[in-house]
Design a binder for this molecule. Sequence first.
Ligand SMILES: NC(=O)C1=CN([C@@H]2O[C@H](COP(=O)(O)OP(=O)(O)OC[C@H]3O[C@@H](n4cnc5c(N)ncnc54)[C@H](O)[C@@H]3O)[C@@H](O)[C@H]2O)[C@@H](O)CC1
Ligand SMILES: Nc1ncnc2c1ncn2[C@@H]1O[C@H](COP(=O)(O)OP(=O)(O)O)[C@@H](O)[C@H]1O
Length: 283
Amino acid sequence: MTEPFAALNWQAMPGLPVRSPQAHKGSFGHVFVVGGGPGMGGALALASAAAYRVGSGLVTAVGHPSAIPYLAAHLPEATWRDWPAAFGDLPDHAVLAVGPGLGQGLAAHDLLLEIGTLSCPQVWDADALNILARFGPKLLTTDALRLFTPHPGEAARLLGITVAAVQADRIAAIVRLRARYGGYWVLKGHHSLLLGCAVRNLCTLGNPGMATGGSGDVLTGLLAGLLAVGLDADRSLSLGVCLHARAGDIAAAEMGEASLLAGDILAAVPRALQELTQRHDGN
Ligand SMILES: NC(=O)C1=CN([C@@H]2O[C@H](COP(=O)(O)OP(=O)(O)OC[C@H]3O[C@@H](n4cnc5c(N)ncnc54)[C@H](O)[C@@H]3O)[C@@H](O)[C@H]2O)[C@@H](O)CC1
Ligand SMILES: Nc1ncnc2c1ncn2[C@@H]1O[C@H](COP(=O)(O)OP(=O)(O)O)[C@@H](O)[C@H]1O
């Protein structure tokens, strides 16, 4: 029998590290978000903005050329690179988030073959997971720190089973995912499961309004941003998943579940973060 996962407590969760008065943007990492294939520039923009919202110092979006005008109009704070991209010149403090809107064409395969050889911290989501499912664990040739964020459909592909089988025993599924691919895992959906090094939890926050296109892309950017500002992988996992879900609850309380957009979750992230800050300040 598998051990139960304990519910995380938002009320007791530590917030972001306090910024030194001498801080500069180089103090808070550099996230590279790799995705934004044809027709999916929005996923790239959502993930990139989310990385900035948790304090990442610099964000570079790496997307298909067709995604770039959209990105420049919607997120002028990000720098960008076109596909095909190479990653030989990444700075020491780089964190990669790979998958949002990536697509599964040949260019995406080539990008993933290179990223699997890199040693910087990485968050894998969406089409990066679909390509990983096709190649199997041999795609991951280094033991880089990797966070994987499948929804049940992606988890099913990674395990070669049905979505119904994943959902019938979600704990068994996440345990098998880690056994097969290593790394840190979130199995998304109602009561997302988290499996890290010291983390074996579930998140009871969130709501079905979050079942809307792009909300997973926001989570990917949050997780990469938290790694970039210096949180360890376990803490990034638990804070990132709860922050995303709490922001979804704040946004749903304002908008109603049916009207919720992924951008509303993103817009509520600062308020969710302020709840943590104010609690720790004793307000
Ligand atoms: N604005 C954009 O550019 C957007 C781009 N997106 C991108 O579109 C690509 C395809 O991703 P999709 O996730 O839509 O397609 P997928 O085919 O990977 O996943 C959708 C399927 O997964 C299963 N599934 C997902 N969550 C489930 C749950 N909680 N319970 C049971 N079954 C579940 C269902 O069978 C569902 O039909 C990705 O690259 C993604 O990043 C999407 O994120 C939507 C928004
Ligand atoms: N019913 C639900 N209850 C709580 N959270 C949900 C629910 N449905 C979706 N979510 C959350 O919303 C996000 C959806 O991610 P994903 O399926 O990858 O969407 P997309 O591919 O459109 O970005 C996940 O973080 C998931 O946990």
